[in-house]
Design a protein. Structure first.
Length: 123
């Protein structure tokens, strides 16, 4: 029996598949902080500066639906919920580590480029 799929992949390449999971402004940052261990919602909200309540909840739900994040509701009063990476999510973090390193090594150049663009936009 041939187990190979004859259906074409819905993705252009592996990067396209990855971006379907982590695409957007907030998901990589959420994953970065969850990579340091389980977090409660309030902790994530403080760490992912600038994200709105609505957007953080939406992004967490999407990451959960994709099997990257596990949400645990302890059914307590007051409510206690935490978020942690699944093994699938942990493997994604491993893939993101080199990108984080690149950003750290090039942060000065990136800052200059962004500043230059902002100056050009305000002219």
């Amino acid at each position: 029996m041939n187990t190979e799929s004859t259906e074409p992949s819905p993705f252009i390449c592996g990067l396209d598949a990855s971006l379907r999971i982590i695409g957007g402004k907030w998901k990589p940052l959420i994953l970065f902080f969850l990579g340091h261990g389980p977090k409660r919602y309030g902790e994530l909200k403080r760490e992912v500066r600038g994200v709105s309540h609505k957007m953080l909840i939406q992004q967490l739900k999407e990451l959960e639906a994709h099997g990257v994040v596990l949400r645990t509701d302890y059914k307590e009063v007051p409510p206690r919920v935490d978020y942690t990476l699944t093994p699938f999510g942990e493997s994604l973090i491993e893939a993101m580590v080199p990108l984080c390193g690149w950003g750290e090594r090039n942060s000065e150049v990136i800052e200059k480029v962004i500043s230059k663009r902002k100056e050009g936009a305000s002219s």
